[in-house]
Design a binder for this molecule. Structure first.
Ligand code: SF4
Length: 425
């Protein structure tokens, strides 16, 4: 049992404790908002209720003028009363969609949480539809239900479905690197250039920009996770024989360097070559971080469980900007994927998995941290009390990985503190 004292409050903290109280996070459907932008010839058909349609429409409201690459098949009363055959209805909707949008090469059927959707076997539907529509269009199913997934797990579930559809593991796939986790195109290009300059490759990004299936995966495939929430995807790749490289996540100068180093070492890159290739990026990142140090250094930060990015973010802010994390709560604590992060974190902050949100709120109000990172629902309540907050969902909508985004990442946490200081009278 450790304890921290902050603002006169003594807060005991069992190490990495786990609770199963009420939570307050967006569901996995939310990930459709960034996934549909990445895979440019895919379509996400959510099978759900009007609530699901409202969530996705308001989360991605900007799409109103574009031909969107997502939609919701809403269960009507006739379906709920059991008067319609769900599989036939789904076939009808998919046929109509593909007639209108023949450019769709990959169709995801995304399950949601209403009990009537849970009863529909979407995997069977995807299999049947794929048989009818392949090779022009592949159909896969995964769940984005709020009962099973937080918003970042929706991405994991989607990527795992892409790995699962692959053929049997290939014995002689040849040495290659798979980067698992959705990255904005600009970040993917930056990493690709760095890997190429070091001589690491071939490199495949999962997901890629098109629906082309992942090349064969086998014992010579190495996996580097780009996001801490892709546990199911990494496991699916490991089941095909791939080997995960242990590394911190590529946030900040240190995280990015160690992440790239894990790949470089696995491919036998000469250390001098590695230093030469990464030196300019490291220098740019360090310079960009200096700009925010004055605002962030010594400030306390409290993480509510939301995005699963909490642990790498706390590590980055503590080690590279001198912030003091008090509580780091995460919805799911994937110890194996975080094996290289935890030793960097130190033993001070209170780590917890899915703690009771009411208890967390009481603790946060007692501790009065300088900055609280949380979901939208809690942010409003805390702001109303005069607390400074940052919405964690911004971390998945903004390019934050790699050297050239290190300054922007620090800026995400610095901005609310700067705003607060400017508002002071
Ligand atoms: S999947 Fe469930 S939690 Fe998500 S919007 Fe639909 S009903 Fe709500």
């Amino acid at each position: 049992m450790s304890a921290i004292t902050l603002n006169g409050v003594e807060a005991p903290c069992p190490e990495a404790y786990r609770d199963r109280g009420p939570r307050s996070v967006f569901c996995g459907l939310t990930s459709v908002v960034w996934m549909h932008r990445k895979i440019q010839d895919a379509f996400f058909l959510i099978v759900g209720s009007r609530t699901c349609a409202h969530l996705i429409q308001s989360a991605a409201g900007v799409m109103i003028f574009a031909e969107p690459r997502f939609g919701t098949a809403v269960l009507e009363e006739r379906d709920l009363a059991g008067m319609a055959d769900a599989q036939e209805e789904l076939d009808r909707i998919v046929t109509r969609l593909l007639e209108r949008r023949p450019d769709i090469r990959l169709l995801f059927l995304v399950a949601s949480c209403p009990s009537d959707v849970i009863r529909i076997d979407l995997k069977r539907a995807a299999h049947r539809l794929s048989g009818r529509l392949a090779p022009k269009t592949r159909v896969l199913a995964y769940t984005g239900s709020g009962l099973d997934t937080t918003f970042t797990q929706g991405e994991d579930s989607c990527l795992a479905s892409l790995v699962a559809e692959q053929a049997e593991p290939a014995d002689s796939a040849g040495r290659s690197l798979v980067v698992a986790g959705c990255l904005p195109d600009v970040v993917e290009d930056q990493f690709r250039r760095l890997f190429e300059a070091m001589g690491v490759g071939p490199v495949h990004f999962l997901p890629s920009r098109t629906s082309e299936p992942l090349p064969a995966v086998g014992p010579e495939t190495l996996v580097l996770a780009a996001q801490p929430f892709v546990g199911e995807t990494v496991q699916a790749l490991e089941r095909r024989g791939a080997r995960r490289l242990s590394a911190p996540f590529p946030f900040g100068e240190e995280g990015t360097t160690l992440w790239l180093k894990a790949a470089a070492d696995a491919f036998g890159v000469d250390p001098a070559r590695f230093d030469e290739v990464t030196a300019p990026g490291r220098a740019r990142a360090k310079k960009a971080l200096e700009h925010h140090r004055e605002t962030l250094e010594g400030k306390t930060i409290f993480f509510f469980p939301d995005s699963q990015l909490e642990i790498p973010m706390a590590r980055f802010l503590a080690r590279e900007l001198g912030m003091r994390p008090t509580d780091i709560a995460t919805p799911y604590f994937n110890r194996s994927l975080l094996d290289a992060e935890l030793p960097l974190l130190g033993s001070d902050p209170c780590l917890s998995e899915a703690p009771d949100v009411d208890e967390q709120m009481a603790r946060c109000l007692d501790l009065k941290p300088d900055l609280t990172v949380c979901g939208l629902g809690l942010a409003n309540a805390l702001e109303a009390q005069g607390r400074v907050t940052k919405w964690s969902i911004e971390l998945v909508f903004t390019p934050v990985h790699g050297y050239d985004q290190a300054g922007d990442l620090a800026g995400i946490f610095a901005r609310p503190l700067v705003r607060k200081s400017l508002l002071k009278v």
